[in-house]
Design a protein around this ligand. Structure first.
Ligand code: ATP
Ligand code: MG
Length: 334
């Protein structure tokens, strides 16, 4: 690993099938960053326990997610791809950071308040301290760039607060991390009915997954919400139509996008034709990722090798930080 390159950390929860929102909102950035920086990408299985205590599907979810990440273009030789629970050093750092995190600020976290509202029967301490564990994920590698969506900005700010408190009390160990993206606007992929975003755990018939077969992709797109079309030239697009154009811009040729834009503006748009084109272009986009993912997952020896190699590299980095942390705190008695 090149020591001069900046360190990147990001994670994804093994809570379901990877969809186009995850791909274009996060994973595509990860793939682009792996050549430029020292990247650590983590399947954060401990985080999923805060909201998914039933672990029956966890092993299958972890394995599938790992294969989907590689199928999407992550290269385990170019980045450190590992599973959070393989690195117990993260849990030790989490313990120290918990002493620097105040209940008042954790109570006020937006994501915590949302999850309490969604799941009032399971307000556990792990959920409350989710931002502390996420901080440990980041700080254990002394990462500075954290490619995440808008919803995560507050957590990164909290990470900076915990790091600053640690540095102030025990000595300068941690650089200050910040949320990173490639300067474009953060992309949000809407669900096919235009009601909210594509998601791992909600609205599955209106979410396109990387694991979807060709026919499922066609079927979902053909039944996407549309209307009878604009009647005034150059009308603004309703959300559900804008969502279809977003997908078209992502997977279709520019000339195709231009044609359908012009049709829309001239009020001659035929949504049936647009959907057919979009469905075929989407199949062409998703199929090779799905096939690559399946062949990687079938190679159990390779999968095991990736997990072992990722765990070893991540632990080397984590142990180095933890040694500095223990020394700084003064946990050395003999
Ligand atoms: P869940 O429904 O279990 O919360 P999710 O689909 O929201 O799952 P996360 O694991 O919460 O996925 O998020 C992983 C990454 O994908 C994050 O960086 C998040 O910003 C991004 N992401 C998730 N959904 C979308 C979407 N529809 N459009 C763009 N980015 C998204
Ligand atoms: Mg989410």
């Amino acid at each position: 690993m090149n020591q001069k390159k900046e360190i990147v950390l990001s994670g994804i929860r093994p809570t379901g099938f990877v969809h186009l929102g995850n791909y274009f909102g996060a994973i595509r950035n990860w793939v682009n960053m792996q050549r430029e920086f020292n990247c650590f990408y983590c399947i954060v299985d401990w985080h999923s326990l805060t909201t998914h205590p039933d672990t029956r599907e966890l092993p299958a979810n972890v394995i599938r997610l790992l294969s989907e990440l590689i199928g999407s273009g992550l290269d385990p030789d170019q980045c450190v791809l590992y599973i959070q629970s393989d690195v117990p050093e993260i849990a030790e750092l989490y313990l120290y950071l918990n002493m620097l995190a105040y209940k008042g600020e954790l109570d006020k976290t937006t994501t915590f308040k949302d999850k309490v509202r969604q799941n009032p029967d399971n307000v556990n301490a792990g959920l409350l301290t989710y931002p502390v564990l996420q901080s440990a994920d980041i700080l254990i590698h002394r990462a500075v760039k954290v490619p995440v969506g808008k919803d995560q900005e507050q957590h990164i700010e909290m990470t900076r607060n915990f790091a600053e408190r640690f540095n102030h009390r025990y000595g300068e160990i941690f650089p200050m991390p910040y949320a990173f993206n490639y300067g474009e606007d953060l992309i949000k992929i809407m669900s096919l009915d235009g009601k909210g975003k594509m998601s791992k755990s909600e609205n599955q018939m209106n979410t396109l997954y990387l694991a979807d077969e060709d026919d499922a992709i066609r079927k979902k797109i053909m039944r996407a919400t549309t209307d009878s079309g604009p009647v005034v030239p150059h009308s603004p697009k309703p959300d559900y139509i804008e969502g279809l154009y977003t997908l078209l811009r992502i997977v279709s040729e520019p000339a195709v996008v231009d044609k359908f834009e012009a049709d829309y503006n001239a009020c001659t748009i035929r949504y049936g034709d647009l959907k057919k084109q979009l469905a075929e272009d989407m199949v062409r986009f998703i199929t090779p990722i799905r096939q690559k993912t399946e062949s990687i997952r079938a190679d159990e020896k390779y999968m095991r090798m990736v997990m072992e190699q990722g765990a070893a590299k991540a632990r080397t980095s984590a142990k180095a930080t933890l040694q500095l942390v223990r020394d700084a705190i003064g946990l050395k008695y003999y």
